[in-house]
Write a protein that binds this ligand. Structure first.
Ligand SMILES: Cc1cc2nc3c(=O)[nH]c(=O)nc-3n(C[C@H](O)[C@H](O)[C@H](O)COP(=O)(O)OP(=O)(O)OC[C@H]3O[C@@H](n4cnc5c(N)ncnc54)[C@H](O)[C@@H]3O)c2cc1C
Length: 324
């Protein structure tokens, strides 16, 4: 019996979200303590194609629950099936995306299982697992033990490299949908108003250009050409979002998205701990800020003390010149 279960996440277009591969890496790392193998569960309105995508990652099985009522994600519809499948596993893990963070506490409650959210690491000690997770807004890390027979966890995407295909082809097996409880009848997805952008998705991008409150109403006017020149996604601080300069799903940080691109350019962002919690694992950090004492410079690999309204257009122009 496989003993770790990864709950996969599917995008609007029916493809597996790259974020899922962080949870696969987590399960692979935990594997020695939980029976040596893992399976993957895919739920959705048309989940079979996504299941086939996941068959090459070394799972004992890829379990598929396909049902029209699962076409649009809600925790109320997904949790009963995940919990039913998960009850024969000792670890149930998803990536700590918005969906994973929404779903897994509910799964844990249904399984009467302890929950370790947003894990930065999983530590194997014989047959025991311990989970390293952030505390105090990411200022400290604690290592926790879960004492229930089943553990439920979410893996921080920035801390687990996406699993690479390991060859082979896992058997794909259908599992039935479990009827949701009364709560599901009170929840309905009416429509999804996704921000349409030609830029890459924030959590998947190799380069992120992020702006803060300092950009004011010129947020996109200043950042868009730079993002274009770098092929980057655009992110924002919470202050920029709260002020209405950028949409909410651009927010990077403790209460926004966690990103770990190869290059993160922080423009007019002070570097509050809650912002840093969402981007500090970026490979190279560049900061542009007119205040030389801004805390962002403490974690930046490259810093430019300058007025962004002059520096960013100049940088953009230079990058455009160098483009082949
Ligand atoms: C519970 C909680 C959760 C939070 N979660 C998040 C989160 O997820 N993400 C997040 O970002 N924040 C979060 N915050 C808010 C966080 O504490 C900060 O308030 C916020 O990050 C500040 O955003 P900022 O850097 O854009 O603005 P500010 O702190 O106002 O900084 C603006 C910066 O721009 C610089 N600047 C101004 N003009 C120029 C110019 N012309 N050229 C160059 N530089 C200039 C200034 O020197 C300054 O450093 C949270 C707060 C709390 C309490």
């Amino acid at each position: 019996m496989p003993h770790a279960l990864v709950v996969a996440e599917i995008a609007e277009d029916g493809k597996v979200k790259k974020a899922t591969l962080a949870a696969v890496s987590f399960a692979k790392k935990a594997r020695p303590a939980v029976g040596g193998s893992f399976s993957i569960l895919v739920l959705g309105g048309s989940a079979r194609a996504a299941a086939a995508e996941l068959a090459g990652y070394g799972a004992a099985k890829v379990l598929v629950c396909e049902d029209p009522s699962l076409a649009k994600y809600t925790a109320e519809h997904y949790a009963p099936t995940v919990a039913e499948v998960g009850k024969t596993f000792s670890l149930v893990v998803a990536t700590a995306t918005s969906e994973g963070k929404d779903l897994m506490p509910r799964v844990a409650a249904r399984l009467d299982a302890a929950y370790a959210g947003d894990c930065a690491d999983v530590l194997v000690d014989g047959t025991s697992l311990r989970y390293k997770r952030p505390m105090y807004a990411g200022n400290a890390f604690g290592t926790v033990e879960l004492t229930t027979p089943i553990h439920v966890a979410t893996a921080r995407q920035s801390e687990f490299d996406p699993a690479a295909p390991s060859g082979g082809s896992s058997p794909i097996e259908a599992v039935p949908k479990v009827a949701p409880g009364a709560a599901a009848s009170r929840v309905e997805v009416v429509s999804l108003e996704a921000v349409k952008s030609e830029r890459p998705e924030l959590t998947e991008a190799r380069v992120v250009v992020s702006g803060g409150r300092a950009l004011k109403e010129q947020f996109f006017q200043v950042l868009e050409p730079l993002a274009q020149a770098l092929g980057a996604a655009i992110g924002a601080s919470r202050a920029a979002v709260d002020a209405g300069y950028a949409p909410g799903d651009y927010q990077v940080g403790q209460t926004g998205k966690i990103v770990a691109p190869e290059l993160y350019v922080a423009i007019g962002i002070s570097g509050a701990i809650q912002h840093i919690a969402g981007m500090k694992s970026s490979k190279v950090i560049v900061a542009i800020n007119k205040d030389a004492e801004a805390p962002i410079f403490q974690i930046a690999d490259y810093g430019l003390v300058a007025d962004l309204f002059q520096a960013v257009p100049a940088l953009t122009a230079e990058l455009k010149k160098r483009k082949p």
